[in-house]
Design a protein around this ligand. Structure first.
Ligand code: 13P
Length: 251
């Protein structure tokens, strides 16, 4: 059976001091929850503090991006090796905000994914359609194409360390949520694409999250869908009570 993974994406929020107090507050609230994996993906400068604060708890720490080169002249970038050395376990790759504001393409998302996997990180690979694509009725084609391009050259063995996060761009930070049926249908399309690429067993094993205005009020219904195996949560992951309620909804 595939694992349910509830992950927070803090985006550009929280200082190291706020990180320490947040995790200190959250840890006892989610202690003993073993039906899902709990991950917080935090800004680079917060990672060391987060890893330290999460020691001995069931909270895992991730980064929000990673560069594809091992080292070199890439001012401002962070390598997978650097992340591993400070105790990072997960990394988000291909978030729509990276694609929209920082020129990420499926080609660079693919390179970053490969570099992260090679270093031993678990990847949360984000993809999803923009509003115009949904309105044009090409959502299935878009997510299927992204899945193929982003996973190009990644082996079946490596795929075991990949989680796919389906995040319809029009639902991110907007308060608009895909209906459970819409989200389930599109996650199903992604799963079928994985089946076509890697076979049925791999498709049944891969964790596919939904992300986009998931919160304490709508999580249970979304997580009850057969093709939704967790959530990637933005705004609601910044409030310990709300994030805990989503973890509880996954039980
Ligand atoms: P919100 O939950 O704030 O809509 O953000 C979703 C997201 O982008 C998670 O990666």
């Amino acid at each position: 059976m595939r694992r349910t993974v509830i992950a927070g994406n803090w985006k550009m929020n929280m200082t190291p001091a706020q990180t320490k107090s947040f995790i200190t507050e959250l840890a006892p609230m989610v202690a003993g929850q073993d039906k899902c994996d709990i991950v917080l993906c935090v800004p680079y400068v917060d990672i060391a503090t987060a890893v330290e604060a999460a020691k001995g708890t069931n909270i895992h720490i991730g980064a929000e991006n990673v560069h594809f080169a091992e080292s070199g002249a890439y001012t401002g970038e962070i390598s997978a090796k650097m992340l591993c050395e400070i105790g990072t376990e997960y990394v988000i790759v291909g978030h729509s905000e990276r694609r929209q504001y920082f020129g990420e393409t499926d080609a660079t998302v693919n390179l970053r994914t490969k570099a992260a996997l090679a270093a031993g990180l678990k990847v949360i690979l984000c993809l999803g359609e923009v509003k115009d694509e949904r309105l044009a009725g090409i959502t299935n084609e878009v997510v299927s194409m992204q899945t193929k391009l982003d996973l190009a050259g990644i082996s079946a063995e490596e795929l075991k360390n990949v989680i796919i996060a389906y995040e319809p761009v029009w639902a991110i930070g907007t308060g608009l949520t895909a209906t459970p049926e819409q989200a389930d249908e599109t996650c199903g399309v992604i799963r079928e694409t994985v089946a076509a690429l890697y076979g049925r067993d791999a498709a049944e094993e891969i964790t596919i999250q939904y992300g986009g205005s998931m919160n304490d009020a709508n999580a249970a219904e979304l997580l009850a869908q057969p093709n939704i195996d967790g959530g990637l949560i933005g705004g609601a992951s910044l409030v310990a009570k709300k994030f805990t309620a989503i973890v509880d909804a996954a039980q």
